[in-house]
Design a protein around this ligand. Structure first.
Ligand SMILES: C[S@@+](CC[C@H](N)C(=O)[O-])C[C@H]1O[C@@H](n2cnc3c(N)ncnc32)[C@H](O)[C@@H]1O
Length: 282
């Protein structure tokens, strides 16, 4: 296991309770931003709505086989099984604790016959090639140290004509000045994100991997209430987090995580970061 992946595991282990308290993951099971629109103006509804928007973008239909790459605690996989008939989902995650929680949720929702969760690296799953109609990566691709490895594995796993659907943060451009780079580094570091690519660079990687019909949709406006929620929480809790850190009651990693919440918003306001849905076909 790479050092980076160990850091990602540690990050999600140590911040699990923050996600429960501040994001409400026990209610909606989603570790991602909400998609806010006229019909979904509240946090929980918008978080769930993101699943609906991605499923529609990827054109997931009855009977499809889906890989949820970086499945968190299973929210999307369970949503797909409950909302699209006869869909089969395999969720992979390197975090053992999250996989155990995902399995509990699958049992509670009685979808175990159509949803399976496994501990695996999404860039090296060990699954058979040409198996999936859709590879789904909701705010997980950003954790790939090498985005090209992630894309190569997704391509290998997809059936011909299969779709890759991603929702994630990107940079608006490559030529960042030193101050801008510092903002992006601080946004990424606390959340254990190794690097974030520009839309242009990522499009290039997709085409080089062999993907076609590459489409990007900027949904920054739809996720802004989530982004602002994280920012406000960081303003409120960073001072308290620091005090608890100095008192030895919170780790450095947990404290840095709060700071990232501030910098992701600053990056967005400065026009450096955007949130896109990307869909591409094998
Ligand atoms: C922000 S969470 C999103 C989880 C889920 N997609 C959701 O929307 O609720 C990112 C997830 O990606 C997982 N992850 C990060 N790197 C991974 C890797 N190399 N292989 C598999 N999962 C990974 C993390 O453990 C975490 O569960």
């Amino acid at each position: 296991m790479s050092r980076h992946n160990q850091q990602v595991i540690e990050y999600f282990d140590q911040t699990h309770n923050d996600y429960r308290r501040l994001w409400g993951i026990d209610r909606h099971l989603g570790l991602h931003c909400g998609f806010f629109d006229e019909a979904h103006s509240r946090h929980d509804a918008a978080v769930t709505n993101m699943n609906r928007v991605l499923a529609a973008t990827a054109g997931i239909s009855p009977g499809d086989r889906v890989l949820d790459a970086g499945c968190g605690i299973g929210g999307s996989a369970i949503w797909l099984a409950e909302n699209i008939s006869n869909v089969h989902v395999i969720g992979v995650n390197i975090n053992e604790m999250q996989i155990a929680i995902a399995n509990d949720h699958a049992r509670q929702h009685e979808v175990q016959s159509r949803v399976q969760f496994r501990i695996a690296d999404f860039a090296h799953t060990g699954l058979a090639k040409h198996t999936f109609d859709v590879v789904w990566a909701l705010e997980s691709m950003c954790y790939a140290d090498d985005k090209r490895e992630f894309l190569a594995e997704a391509y290998r796993l997809l059936k011909p004509g299969g779709r890759l659907v991603i929702a994630d943060g990107f940079l608006t451009r490559d030529d960042l000045g030193p101050k801008e780079q510092k903002i992006v580094e601080r946004w990424c570091r606390g959340w254990a994100i190794p690097n974030v690519l520009s839309v242009r660079r990522f499009q290039q990687h997709l085409r080089e991997t062999g993907f076609r019909k590459v489409q990007f949709r900027d949904i920054t406006r739809n996720v802004t209430p989530s982004s602002r929620r994280i920012y406000l929480a960081s303003l409120l809790f960073y001072p308290l987090g620091l005090l608890l850190y100095w008192a030895g009651l919170r780790s450095e990693l947990q404290t840095r995580g709060i700071a990232s919440g501030y910098y992701q918003y600053v990056a967005r306001r400065a026009g450096l970061g955007v949130y896109d849905i990307c869909c591409a076909e094998k």
